[in-house]
Design a protein around this ligand. Structure first.
Ligand code: HEM
Length: 390
């Protein structure tokens, strides 16, 4: 159910939450599922071990008709694993994303953001903020984390951009994904021979230490880190900028008091919930909840976007309010699969919004908001292009 206005969910979500917060739905892929829209039920089901995240399960509620073409890439795909396999692989990565480790990255992220804004200032206007800032910040940051050599950055950025951009045909996007996988597979071999101070080198070492020898799996994990935080963070940067420009009072407050940034970031994450469609599950047993029975084998869509607009938890939920306490949002999911890169995403968003407002105080849209090409597909909510000037 696509968003009709860039800032609001399709109104049917609110109606469903009111009347039938767990309701049967038909999917574009031809499969069916239960759609869950209340904060309480979404949260409960995120924690229920009877729901599986196994995306290769024969009745998994796949949303997009074409999604099958990516199945070959599913190996090592952490969000699609269940315990105990999931626990084992997540444990190999968790230390890479601790608050302390991410905090230490702030100067580097600041330098990446400043570099992007320097280039924006030096070039002609209007500037497409998606290409100039929203995409390069997460890709450069994650390449730093992984230890991708600088000389390969352009190639990685090009492939990643093709992969996420809906303007390219599906075969080209699938080819870009394969290229990334091949590149990362080779890089992992190199990191095994010549380890550096980076996540991939440590991942190879940990993998060897537990006696695992599955190069394909490791490559899948690396790929997931590379792309997992790419489109989601880029979309939140671009949409967050649109929202701040549409709410100049709140933007002015944030500019005057950058210590408000962490709260503003939580609110923007709640408000847009760009990764609404990734939190799907399939039931391994009959589950009784909220007066319905989810039968064994049935799909379940946990709509984090709908839960994040539930007035029972967020008063006046359709209003953007950077002062609200939005910490109970589930834009990063909840439970065992809760986003591994959330601290990194928060850091990037904090630095981007604070720096953008400070360095370009006259920033404004170069086209009316109605003309912006918003996209709402089976994977992510976002925006293709964001022309701005100042
Ligand atoms: C605004 C940015 C982001 C959003 C909205 C977001 C959203 C999500 C959501 C909703 C999930 C849960 C999927 C599920 O329950 O099935 C998830 C999982 C994950 N995310 Fe993110 N994410 C963001 C940024 C990042 C970044 C920067 C990284 C990597 C550095 C990352 C890596 C991951 C990984 C590895 C998982 C799988 C965790 C698991 O299955 O245990 N994400 N993300």
């Amino acid at each position: 159910m696509p968003r009709r206005c860039p800032f609001d969910l399709n109104e049917q979500y609110a109606e469903l939450r009111e009347e039938a917060p767990i309701t049967p739905v038909d999917l574009a892929s031809g499969r069916d599922a239960w759609l869950v829209t209340s904060h309480e039920h979404v949260r409960t089901l995120f924690l229920d071990p009877r729901l599986s995240a196994d995306g290769t399960h024969p009745t998994f509620p796949i949303l997009a008709p074409r999604r099958k073409s990516f199945d070959e890439q599913a190996r090592g795909f952490l969000p699609w694993m269940d315990p105990p396999e999931h626990t084992r692989y997540r444990r190999m990565l968790i230390n890479e994303f601790t608050v302390r480790r991410i905090r230490a990255m702030r100067p580097r992220v600041q330098a990446v953001v400043d570099g992007c804004i320097d280039r924006m200032e030096a070039g002609p206007r209007p500037v497409d903020l998606v290409r100039a800032l929203a995409l390069p910040v997460p890709s450069q940051t994650i390449c730093d984390v992984l230890g991708v050599p600088y000389e390969d950055l352009d190639h990685i950025q090009d492939r990643a951009e093709v992969m996420v951009s809906k303007v390219h045909p599906p075969e080209e996007r699938a080819a870009a994904l394969r290229d990334l996988r091949t590149y990362l597979g080779d890089l992992l071999h190199r990191k095994g021979r010549e380890p550096g101070d980076d996540t991939l080198s440590r991942l190879v070492a940990r993998h060897r230490a537990v006696g695992a020898d599955d190069h394909d799996h490791l490559t899948g994990l690396a790929l997931l880190i590379l792309i997992g935080g790419y489109e989601s963070t880029a979309s939140t940067i671009a949409l967050g900028t649109v929202a701040l420009l549409a709410h100049p009072d709140q933007a002015a407050e944030l500019r005057a008091d950058p210590s408000l940034a962490p709260k503003a970031v939580e609110e923007l994450l709640r408000y847009f919930s760009v990764a609404d469609n990734v939190t799907s599950r399939v039931s391994l047993e009959d589950v009784e909840i909220g007066g319905v029975t989810i039968r064994k084998g049935q799909g379940v869509l946990l709509s984090n976007a709908a839960a994040n607009r539930d007035a029972a938890v967020f008063p006046d939920p359709e209003t953007l309010d950077i002062h609200r306490d939005a910490r109970q949002h589930m834009a990063f999911g909840y439970g065992i699969h809760q986003c591994l890169g959330q601290n990194l995403a928060r850091l990037e968003l904090d630095v981007v919004f604070s720096t953008l407002l400070r360095r370009l105080p006259g920033l404004r849209l170069a086209v009316p908001v109605e003309d912006l090409p918003f996209k709402d597909d089976a994977i992510m909510y976002g925006i293709h292009e964001l022309p701005v000037t100042w």
